[in-house]
Design a protein around this ligand. Structure first.
Ligand code: GDP
Length: 496
């Protein structure tokens, strides 16, 4: 590691401004308190309200989580299909739960868990994450003295196959009038409440499923003891549409463009094995460079090696002055040698394919840079194809997301949740490479090779398009301040 001084390193706030609780067992999760030493960008400060809310939420997870009498009672009631003995609907007194299903790629799973956590915090529910898909092997436990993993023996045995068809989905229960929300402001009585509801929020969700983002539906959902949520998306911008959450969200996150930045750094600590992959790579290849530029090249399906995409990468990085231009062979560089020798750049490429990395590496070897800077190019792995449920595959993916997040500047591929997570952890607004709108635009050179994003927040790919008050379709990108459409996915929503 290269720091201005050891004292400065020691002084870095390992608790990230109070985001992390102090005093956890260091040995079981080295990354938790070491990550600050690897980040040159100290990141945003969490608000005092967020810090105290996190400590209270941790207390809730300890009081109601697995291993407590409250948890055993709640599981028993779910098993017997009872909604529970909530006599007075005092949510603080009762333990209520949110189970978050983990599916799809790693970036999707991270965004889903972060979204579920914020919803759990807003509604005082215990968050339990479905441990399948390696959620238990990739991440340390985030809550001190409590587990966030759903233990074996959960009574809804088939919960991971819940889908849009599931009768107990909130959308289907509304459609079939099992739950009604039109009783004015009065929430349904406990006698009418089901023991659980399945919240279906993936790309197949219906209009009724998306009533989840309406105030009166939130009131109906509030006292249901168990929720099981499926999403592969970052639903947080949708939570900002719910009037009842707005004051709390404003005080938790006075900077609305840093919500995932805080949630992500709070929740996702690589386990020791993955942290080894991160730190060994960083120390060996990236630590000594003056500047690190991360380039995420997302290759979908069996996309062939694309000279056009390679050109997009080099044009983008050179035009935006992230990397130096190269000069034609034979020409002597016009530089101040002493100055140039003191500058070096390390480029970290992440991709399923190695072709882009090899081309860039050759370019900076075979040609001198116009500035005289030394540019080294690195890529930790090239897994060739996206795989589901392969252990070492996801460990590498997580290490690479994390390594990208240790960059000083980031270039990402639009549409990719892998890149969203890296930029959020880094606290960096990336330059995004978009797919050309069409071939004519590409040929005419109308599309810039990349554009600076509007914020570091992830994009919500499957948002609602509904005005809950007027009960009709609406452009949700124009309804509240700080929630607008994304640049990469035009119908998507993001916080700015
Ligand atoms: P998204 O599909 O781009 O939104 O990102 P996801 O992370 O959800 O899913 C893509 C999956 O493909 C990742 O989780 C990895 O398993 C794999 N993958 C994609 N790009 C890379 C890469 O650059 N490096 C590695 N190691 N894996 C990748």
């Amino acid at each position: 590691l290269q720091w201005p001084s050891a004292a400065a390193a020691a002084a870095r706030d390992k608790l990230l401004g109070g985001l992390l609780a102090d005093g956890l067992d260091d040995g079981s999760c080295h990354s938790r308190y070491q990550s600050a030493m690897y980040r040159r960008n100290a990141g945003r400060e969490p608000s005092p309200h967020l810090v105290s809310k996190l400590r209270r939420h941790e207390e809730l997870q300890r009081r109601c989580g697995p291993g407590t009498a409250a948890y055993s009672d709640a599981v028993e009631r779910l098993r017997s299909g009872k909604s529970g003995g909530i006599v007075s609907p005092s949510p603080e007194a009762e333990c209520r739960y949110l189970v978050s299903i983990s599916y799809r790629g790693l970036g999707n799973r991270i965004l889903a868990a972060a979204s579920a956590f914020l919803y759990a915090m807003l509604t005082d529910r215990v968050l339990l994450v479905d441990p399948s898909n390696e959620m238990d092997e990739l991440f340390c436990e985030p809550f001190p003295g409590a587990t966030w993993l759903l233990p074996p023996g959960f009574p809804l045995a088939n919960y991971t196959s819940f889908s849009v068809e599931t009768a107990e989905s909130y959308g289907n229960m509304v459609k079939n009038k099992v739950i009604t929300t039109d009783a004015g402001d009065a929430a349904p009585t406990t006698a009418q409440l089901p023991a659980f509801a399945y919240i279906h929020l993936d790309h197949t969700s219906t209009v009724e499923d998306k009533f989840f983002f309406c105030d009166e539906d939130q009131r109906a959902i509030r006292n249901i003891p168990w929720l099981v949520m499926r999403t592969d998306s970052y639903i947080v911008p949708g939570l900002f549409l719910v009037t009842g959450f707005q004051d709390e969200l404003d005080s938790l996150f006075p900077e609305t463009d840093a919500v995932f930045h805080h949630l992500g750094r709070y929740l996702f600590h690589p386990t020791n094995h993955v942290w080894g992959l991160v730190t060994r790579y960083y120390d060996a290849y990236l630590a000594t460079a003056q500047q690190r530029v991360g380039i995420q090249v997302r290759v979908f399906g069996a996309q062939p090696e694309s000279p056009k995409l390679l050109d997009q990468i080099t044009t983008c990085t050179q035009k935006e002055k992230l990397l130096p231009e190269v000069i034609a062979a034979g020409e002597p560089p016009v530089v101040d040698v002493a100055l140039a020798n003191s500058k070096s750049k390390a480029v970290l490429v992440t991709s399923l394919k190695s072709w882009y990395y090899e081309k860039m590496k050759s370019m900076y070897w075979e040609h001198a840079t116009a500035t005289g800077e030394a540019v080294s190019v690195h890529q930790p792995s090239h897994e060739e194809y996206q795989r589901f449920g392969a252990r070492s595959h996801d460990g590498k993916a997580w290490a690479e997301i994390y390594l990208l997040s240790l960059s000083d500047a980031l270039v990402t591929s639009g549409w990719s949740t892998f890149g969203y997570v890296a930029q959020g952890l880094a606290g960096l607004t990336p330059w995004v490479m978009h797919k050309p709108a069409n071939d004519t635009a590409a040929a005419a050179g109308d599309d810039p090779p990349c554009r600076r994003d509007v914020s570091m927040e992830p994009c919500f790919h499957a948002p609602p398009f509904y005005d809950c008050r007027l009960k009709r379709g609406a452009d949700t990108g124009k309804m509240v301040p700080h929630v607008r459409h994304c640049d990469d996915v035009q119908w998507g929503l993001k916080l700015v």
